[in-house]
Design a protein around this ligand. Structure first.
Ligand code: ATP
Ligand code: MG
Length: 173
């Protein structure tokens, strides 16, 4: 039986975004088109943006937002960008053009009240039958997890940041 899945990668350990990108790597191999929407822009230009640019006929990569919310000087601007990004995501999902849509770091938008979680859950429940969704981000709510078909919690057993080792190119970004 074929079924489109709603998948959540959450938890405090490393691997949420990269596991989602791993799924993109897998899906592309089957000829599926993939769309990635990164709701929070990292401080550095990530390797995945460059890779996606080389595969632009297969992977549609969108970076939105202005960086991490706890560094923000204008939360209203962030919220407006988040809503706009969600409108873009909805269009991509509705179009049915993409077999896999990755909503990266989306949970933070719920946490900071920038997006209505109920609206998102409702929309996703009504998405086209062919579209798999991955949502990543820490602290996925019980409600979101209940709506999903698959939830993986990354658990931080050890992370180099704790030993004062800074973010490494090609690993962290
Ligand atoms: P990745 O993109 O490497 O898969 P992630 O998506 O699970 O990581 P995020 O919560 O999006 O992690 O955080 C982004 C950055 O924070 C990454 O550079 C990641 O390495 C780092 N990070 C993740 N987990 C931890 C942790 N437990 N302690 C410190 N830094 C972390
Ligand atoms: Mg991430």
């Amino acid at each position: 039986m074929k079924k489109s899945l709603l998948m959540i990668h959450t938890g405090n350990g490393k691997g949420k975004t990269t596991a989602a990108l791993g799924l993109a790597f897998r899906a592309v191999g089957h000829g599926f088109k993939v769309s990635v929407i990164q709701f929070i822009k990292g401080g550095r230009r990530s390797g995945e943006i460059e890779t996606a640019a080389r595969l632009s006929d297969l992977i549609d990569f969108n970076v939105t937002g202005r960086g991490f919310t706890w560094q923000s000087d204008d939360l209203e601007k962030d919220a407006a960008l988040a809503r706009k990004a969600w409108e873009t995501a909805k269009e991509k999902i509705r179009s049915g053009r993409y077999r896999l849509v990755i909503l990266d770091e989306m949970t933070y938008l719920f946490k900071y009240g920038m997006l209505d979680e109920d609206e998102v859950i409702e929309f996703l429940a009504d998405r086209p039958e062919s579209v798999h969704i991955v949502i990543t981000g820490r602290s996925a709510s019980e409600k979101l997890c209940a709506a999903a078909d698959l939830v993986t919690e990354m658990n931080a057993v050890k992370h180099p940041f704790a030993s004062g080792i800074s973010a490494q190119k090609g690993i962290e970004y």
